[in-house]
Design a protein around this ligand. Structure first.
Ligand code: S3P
Length: 391
């Protein structure tokens, strides 16, 4: 018998599709929208924009804040973009600098939320991305769409690519290569669209790693988003020896979608890779992946993970704290942006608590009673789904 599950829609796609719906006149049909607070915040902020309510609260969601900052530069009015305490401490200079460089009016002393934004015309711009961040890349492309101006992006453009894929699928002129993205044909408008959002591969990572860690029935995740910039962790897991198979692959609005089958294998048959790079392609999966690494033989260095320092929490120090709480003998080492995790460790899971949803879900993989409210921003169904794998 296999456990078959269909997961809530992918958050990255949901944020973007809601914004594209707004840009195309709010007549699209989106199904399987995730119920987590982050996406609900994007939805309610867009509602506020439609009603000309000037204060937008993004809660805990960096994707909402950054994308909407790009959008608001193109809507007449004076807007205030804010969020919860964690979001107010996160860097916004990465989007503010290029937008102001193109002529946007964004008022901020600290380059953090709250931001005061006035909608004004923007000039066409070229920008060399200094960090591999999909949020920055998408924000700038969305600014290009709303202002109907050409935008050329170079530098660190290798990160999740949903925005580019959607724009191309809609027939707008966008050229995408390894070195640059050029959005040019900005006279055409986006059209309303209809989509059932495929399951979230970043939520799936917790269930998949749970199945890898604990024996039980095969797990089948139906209709999962299989975009390679999101499933890089599955490639890593396969290289470690995990049994993972893709089935029924197809294309939907330019995105790969399909089913994934995961079978438990004895942990002694799996082995850590000594080095993993391309962190921008599995940045959200690093906490759960690193917990698995502690349970396999061999040590592993994950290269250039500095971006973990500026997520919903500093995920390096939070992971360190979690391992300490779990009584791990040899804690992770972090040097020059590289994180070394030691294998073959025994640990004693106990009540670790974090404001960061991904850290809390990681802890719950080996400490199943430990489910806290912070999980609700992203994956409210986590408790029920993980329980299926515990039994
Ligand atoms: C996201 C991009 C990533 C990721 C976040 C969602 C997106 O952030 O960590 O959970 O939807 O674009 P960065 O772009 O800041 O790396």
């Amino acid at each position: 018998m296999a456990i078959e599950l269909e997961l809530p829609g992918d958050k990255s796609l949901a944020h973007r599709y809601l914004i594209f719906d707004y840009l195309s006149g709010s007549r699209s049909t989106l199904s399987n929208l995730p119920k987590g607070k982050d996406v609900v915040n994007t939805k309610s902020c867009l509602e506020s924009i439609r009603k000309q309510e000037p204060i937008l609260d993004c809660g805990n969601s960096g994707t909402t804040a950054r994308h909407l900052c790009g959008i608001l530069t193109g809507i007449k009015g004076n807007w205030t973009l804010t969020g919860d305490q964690s979001l107010q401490s996160r860097p916004m200079d990465r989007i503010i600098d290029p937008l102001i460089g193109a002529g946007a009016q964004i008022d901020t002393v600290t380059k953090k939320l709250p931001l005061k934004i006035s909608g004004t015309p923007l000039n066409p711009f070229n920008y060399e991305l200094p960090v591999a961040s999909a949020q920055v890349k998408s924000t700038l492309l969305m600014a290009g769409l709303i202002h109907k101006i050409p935008v050329k992006l170079t530098g660190k453009i290798q990160s999740r690519d949903h925005t580019e894929i959607f724009i191309k699928d809609q027939g707008l002129n966008i050229e995408i290569s390894n070195k640059e993205i050029l959005l040019d044909d900005t006279l055409k408008n986006l059209k309303p669209f209809e989509v059932t959002i495929p399951g979230d591969p970043s939520s799936a990572a917790f269930l998949i790693i749970k199945r890898i860690l604990t024996p039980g029935d095969d797990l089948v995740l139906k209709n999962l988003l299989l975009n390679p910039t999101r499933t890089y962790y599955l490639k890593i897991l396969k290289e470690m020896g995990c049994s993972i198979r893709f089935e029924n692959q197809r294309n939907q609005l330019g995105e790969k979608v399909g089913d994934v089958l995961i079978q438990y294998r004895d942990l002694s048959e799996l082995k850590n890779l000594s080095e993993i790079s391309m962190a921008s392609l599995f940045i959200d999966e690093i906490p759960a992946l690193s917990l698995l690494i502690t349970q396999l033989s061999g040590d592993c260095v994950i290269k250039q993970v500095q971006e973990l320092e500026v997520k919903e929490s500093n995920r390096i120090t939070e992971l360190h704290r979690m391992y300490k709480d779990f009584g791990i003998q040899k804690n992770l080492e972090y040097q020059n942006g590289d994180m070394k995790i030691f294998g073959d460790q025994s640990l004693q899971p106990k009540g670790f608590e974090s404001v960061d949803h991904r850290l809390q879900m990681t802890a719950a993989l080996l400490d199943p009673e430990n489910i806290k409210d912070s999980i609700k921003v992203s994956y409210p169904e986590f408790e029920d789904h993980i329980a299926l794998l515990n039994s």
